[in-house]
Design a protein around this ligand. Structure first.
Ligand code: GDP
Length: 297
């Protein structure tokens, strides 16, 4: 079990004399614990280091409020700073889907939860915003993935583009656009192929699809249980195709969600949604304070 940051800091500050303001030494000792807590929460090392440095500057010299212990005060400063870094400028749950049919491109590595998330989002748009949604699988290498999307579509009552064997991803994207236009859909979602690792073939294909579709949103789906890897994945995808946001999956698991902080800090792109299970309704709008609390334990 993880020791919570408050518990750690409580121990540290018990040994320090209470003063009127947080001294440099107090802060330094406390932030060593914060750094460990961040790393245990799977925040990548460079991000944890930079974050701690920023908090150090902010915390040193701050007057200690009478009602809280210095430890609690540092936790609050850290929490507030986490929320600040994690929050985007825009409302994360609102997708740009005016001008129908609006294309949404879903990208990510195989196994990240991309197909599941595509269907969850389609369901959300249908139920909450009463949108007509068309989903298309572009995973030409894995017929099973195409069928999986069709099965999920039936389950949630959302149409999927009929599967035509032998088409390329770009051809499918074009057909999806055509069908979405002719069929009067509000949104069409393109579930691109994923691979186990990022490679040139994958990126070339995603770029070609992006150029054909001109997506209004390009969402990167990332497994929330990954730490440093998540940063690399986000950097690569953002650099090559340009993402408009991130969906973190498996946030129902034991992980502490440090990937959120790492990706936000490195790419500057907002986390939009979190996946909280395998079921179709297990998707929520990202809430910075909730994830900050979870990272701190
Ligand atoms: P893809 O290869 O990226 O398309 O991944 P899938 O959508 O097929 O998902 C892989 C597995 O992860 C499936 O068994 C999903 O049910 C599961 N999964 C997806 N999202 C979540 C989530 O938020 N929480 C949990 N616990 N499982 C998830």
């Amino acid at each position: 079990m993880f020791e919570t940051l408050s518990e750690r800091l409580g121990g540290v500050f018990d040994r320090l004399t209470k003063q009127g303001a947080l001294s440099e030494d107090d802060v330094r000792v406390a932030l060593r614990e914060v750094r460990v807590a961040l790393l245990e929460a799977d925040v990548s090392l460079p991000v944890a280091r930079d974050f701690v440095k920023a908090v150090e500057t902010k915390a040193t010299g701050q007057a200690v409020t009478r009602s809280v212990t210095p430890g609690q005060q540092v936790v609050k400063i850290v929490h507030d700073e986490l929320v600040k870094v994690l929050s985007g400028d825009t409302d994360p749950g609102t997708l740009k889907i005016d001008n129908p049919p609006a294309p949404i491109l879903m990208v990510g590595l195989q196994g990240s939860g991309k197909t599941t998330t595509t269907a969850k989002l389609a369901r959300r748009l249908k139920e909450r915003e009463k949108k007509r949604v068309l989903m298309a699988s572009l995973d030409t290498n894995r017929p099973a993935a195409m069928e999986q999307l069709a099965i999920l579509g039936t389950q949630i009552g959302v149409d999927t583009l009929p599967i035509v064997k032998g088409e390329s991803a770009v051809q499918i994207a074009k057909r999806a656009k055509q069908q979405a236009t002719l069929g009067g859909y509000d949104v069409y979602m393109l579930d691109t192929a994923g691979r186990l690792h990022i490679d040139e073939v994958l990126m070339d294909e995603v770029q070609a699809v992006r150029d054909v579709a001109s997506p209004r949103e390009t969402l990167l789906v990332v497994d929330g249980l990954t730490g440093q890897d998540a940063v690399n994945v986000a950097t690569e995808f953002d650099g090559k195709v340009g993402i408009t946001g991130v969906v973190l999956t498996r946030m129902d698991g034991d992980g502490r969600g440090g990937a959120a902080l790492s990706m936000r800090a490195v790419t500057g792109k907002p986390i939009r949604f979190v996946g909280l299970g395998e079921k179709m309704d297990a998707l929520e709008t990202f809430e910075a304070s909730r994830v900050a609390g979870r990272i701190l334990g």
